[in-house]
Design a protein around this ligand. Structure first.
Ligand code: F58
Length: 831
């Protein structure tokens, strides 16, 4: 009886049970009573009450997977940009409104509790957030899977804006503890680094290689349950933290070198200390390579342990696990699995290579040649001497195959080699990933085509069958239900609630675009979201924006190829028009920017300063009469994203065609009813295809046109000379008008545009500004705009990450759903 009671207390979802659990946790976990409890105590108590509800599902899921030895996806990613868990878990458990009600009845403000959570910002941007959307979809689709990554103590830096400049602060997200994770010291593993290798003959007379490392560290897994939406599945996100080995203590006694030992301990713990921001400075960083190898080795050892507990032989590794490499950051896994199979499990090279090839698949996320990872041979051999030998051996087998196929084509052989020998020698991680994987994919149709015919052309010619496209998607649970509850409720009221799991059903909204009452309600919700965002912007920046103006939003990492400065040129052109004739008619707009610049990327930081500097002038000029406002919202992250996408009227997707692999923010905007102004780049192409050309504002050169212009010789100055409007804009920035007369401040940007302009802003300027005029005209007709907005949402079904994950499951992973039956206490005890 008492055990049954306990089970109910910890799993029941009734209002009464939830309230009891919450108060229980406040007393017995936080050790507080209401009069002394802080907001954080309340948040923690609620989080633990919710976690209990998840644990029953988690245990049931683990039991089921173990019993059935289910084929499992292992998603290897150096980044998981999860965002806050509480709200999402409540949505997926189906108790969001009920818990809100409970908190209100207890006299607490639910929103305040949600805001109490420090978001785990363990990622830079798109790539890390994609991993988070994917594990949500995997759980929702009931697919056995584990996300493997690094438990960084400091996530992506916190951005402040001081005097218009970015200032970085460390992200102490673990400061108040993390109620969502469980540490599993019993599954810790050892990881070796450096040193040397030696050959030896084992007791069975086999010639083998032994790696004698210079140091070892311990990887300790921290597990977070990842719940599916309205399912019993709770998969695992397993993040590794590095620790010093136990032997540290003995070393002190043995050598007496206490401080040396302390240093070693600190060094071991530094491995998982901080997420690297994507930086030029990142190139060749030894610690970064150590991080990559660390989490990869931990994860593969963990998979081998699971194999052992399920009594499966290592020869069947690929039957049990489908391992996806999220870009090349985990690509060292290919050499590591070979090492584990050949050196430790004593498989033959050819057998190990077969297993490895069937295990891995690789996703590429970039078209920028400078972003392709390569490690100086010297660094590589110092950190991973055994892996370098293995890579040489892989390369020699591979190039043998290439030589047979392309006899005498030495140039091609040099291009394909895993080692770049054109100057200083490097290990090419993308080549390792291509050779060691059975599947290679891009993240949008255009991106995949460019991979096949440009970036990875030689590999495509060799193995066309390995290549496929998997257009990205985002989870509608977080990016619609949680962030835009009113819109979600409106949709459900009209077409039922099944769209959340089957986003294609949004199509049923199409006819409602012709329903005036529905349109009015649609507008009302957008207006409400805009008011909410305006309040946030005021609180964070002190700038007042009018919710009746058009919210024109550009949020993403700051990078030249993403062209935030093209939008600045547009703003300056409008401002110039007003100054030339203050009576001119302009559509009132709030230009909203957000995004972080890599700390070492000087031009990106200068772009932020330019945005804020233009804002300082425009926002205050009485001639503007508040018709234009420029806001830079500091610290764009998942939490702020949830506020901004639902409030946007216009989504800016203005990268140079052929540069943005996919984009995923573009999808979040469109789902929430924003219209896009964009180039034919990344997934914009497919968004336009889906929503219809008439509901998308297209401008700029296409990827082939960009290519042609570059080949024929691009001279930005020609555009400057030929276009008075462009000249006015550039000259105004150059004159020091936005920098208190300082003509030097923005020179690197302006001269960069006039004399180099690698991202073709000047070539696209006129087309962009003209297109923006069409946007303004369309916005003036509110009914027309609303129709277009509804159609954008209605036709965004393709961009659910559920669709993406279904494609990976069918084409690459060959895995099937395993529905979970919830265990009771009694069953769990006897399993
Ligand atoms: C992004 N890459 C792409 N990399 O730029 C974007 O187009 C795409 O939609 C997204 O991946 C998902 O496929 C990206 O975010 C990084 O942040 C790297 C992190 C590690 C250092 C180098 C950059």
């Amino acid at each position: 009886m008492s055990s049954l009671q306990l089970e109910d207390d910890r799993t029941a979802l009734s209002e009464e049970a939830l309230k009891n659990a919450f108060l229980d946790d406040l007393f017995y976990v936080q050790g507080k009573f209401p009069a002394l409890a802080t907001k954080n105590d309340y948040y923690m108590a609620l989080a633990f009450a919710v976690r209990d509800r998840m644990l029953q599902r988690w245990i049931s899921t683990a039991a089921m997977y173990t019993k059935h030895a289910s084929r499992t996806v292992a998603y290897l990613s150096a980044e998981f940009l999860m965002g806050p868990h509480l709200g999402n878990n409540l949505i997926n458990l189906g108790i969001f409104d009920r818990v809100k009600q409970c908190m209100t009845e207890l006299g607490l403000t639910f929103e305040e509790l949600l805001h109490q959570e420090e978001e785990p910002g363990l990622g830079n941007g798109g790539l890390g957030r994609l991993a988070a959307c994917f594990i949500d979809s995997l759980a929702t689709l009931e697919v056995p899977s584990v996300g493997y990554g690094i438990r960084y103590e400091f996530g992506i830096f916190h951005q402040e804006i001081v005097d218009g400049w970015q200032v970085e602060k460390t992200d102490k997200w673990l400061r108040y503890g993390n109620p969502w994770e469980l540490v599993r010291p019993e599954w810790a593993v050892e990881v070796k680094f450096g040193g040397a290798t030696e050959q030896y003959t084992d007791e069975r007379n086999r010639l083998r290689v032994r790696w004698v490392p210079h140091k070892t560290v311990i990887g300790v897994p921290y597990d977070t349950p990842i719940l599916g939406y309205h399912t019993n599945t709770a998969n695992t996100l397993r993040l590794w933290r590095s620790e010093a080995p136990e032997s540290f203590d003995f070393a002190i006694f043995n050598s007496g070198d206490y401080y040396g030992a302390v240093n070693q301990k600190v060094a071991s713990e530094n491995l998982s200390k901080v997420l690297y921001p994507n930086d030029e400075q990142l190139r060749g960083k030894e610690l970064r390579l150590e991080q990559q190898y660390f989490f990869v080795s931990c994860s593969l050892q963990d998979m081998l342990r699971i194999l052992r507990t399920q009594k499966l032989p290592v020869e069947r590794f690929h039957d049990k696990f489908a391992v996806q490499l999220n870009d090349t950051h985990p690509a060292i896994a290919i050499a590591e699995l070979m090492r584990l199979l050949v050196d430790d499990a004593v498989l033959s090279w050819s057998e190990a290579w077969k297993v490895t090839g069937k295990t891995f698949a690789y996703t590429n996320h970039t078209l920028l040649p400078e972003a392709l990872e390569r490690w100086p041979l010297e660094v590589f051999s110092r950190v991973l001497p055994r892996h370098l030998q293995i890579i040489y051996e892989i390369n020699s087998h591979f190039l043998e195959e290439v030589r047979i196929r392309y006899f005498g084509d030495e140039a091609r052989i040099a291009r394909l080699s895993l080692i770049d020998e054109s100057g200083e020698r490097y290990v090419r991680m993308a080549h390792l990933a291509c050779v060691g994987s059975h599947a290679i994919n891009g993240v949008a149709e255009l991106h995949t085509e460019l991979l096949k015919h440009d970036v990875l052309k030689d590999f495509y010619e060799l193995w066309p069958q390995k290549f496929s496209n998997k257009t990205n998607g985002v989870t509608p649970r977080r990016w619609m239900m949680l962030s835009n509850p009113e819109l979600s409720d409106l949709i459900s009221a009209h077409i039922g609630a099944d769209w959340v799991k089957d986003l294609a059903q949004l199509k049923a909204l199409e006819p409602l675009a012709e329903n005036a009452e529905f349109r009015a309600r649609w507008r009302e919700i957008k207006q409400h979201n805009k008011q909410g965002f305006a309040a946030l912007a005021l609180q964070r920046t002190g700038i007042v924006i009018d919710p009746k103006s058009m919210f024109d939003v550009l949020v993403k990492r700051i990078h030249e190829y993403k062209r935030q400065h093209l939008q600045v040129l547009h703003i300056v052109s409008l401002y110039h028009a007003i100054k030339s004739n203050p009576a001119v008619e302009v559509q009132p707009r709030a230009f909203i920017f957000g995004g972080k610049a890599a700390p070492g990327y000087q031009l990106a930081k200068l772009m932020i300063k330019l945005i804020t500097a233009v804002g300082d002038v425009v926002n205050r000029d009485p001639d503007v009469r508040d018709r234009l406002k420029v806001v830079f919202l500091p610290n764009f992250n998942v939490t702020n994203g949830q506020r901004v996408y639902p409030a946007a009227d216009l989504s800016e997707q203005i990268s140079t065609a052929g540069k943005e692999a996919s984009g995923t923010g573009n999808m979040k905007f469109s789902m929430n009813g924003a219209l896009t102004i964009g180039t034919l780049d990344g997934a914009n192409v497919e968004i336009r295809e889906e929503v219809g050309a008439e509901n998308f504002f297209l401008f700029g050169l296409s990827a082939p046109e960009v290519y042609a212009l570059r080949t024929q010789g691009y001279r930005p100055m020609d555009y400057y000379n030929a276009d008075q409007g462009l000249r006015d804009v550039i000259d105004l920035v150059r004159s020091g008008f936005f920098s208190r007369g300082d003509t030097e401040l923005f020179r690197p940007l302006v001269d960069g545009l006039l004399y180099h302009d690698p991202y073709l802003l000047l070539a696209d300027f006129r087309s962009y500004v003209d297109c923006q005029a069409k946007v303004s005209e369309a916005y003036r007709d509110a009914e027309r705009w609303t129709r277009m907005s509804i159609l954008n949402t209605a036709r965004s079904g393709k961009f659910s990450s559920d669709r993406t994950i279904r494609e990976y499951c069918a084409d690459i992973w060959n895995v099937r759903p395993v529905p979970i039956h919830l265990l009771t206490h009694a069953e769990a005890g006897t399993a």
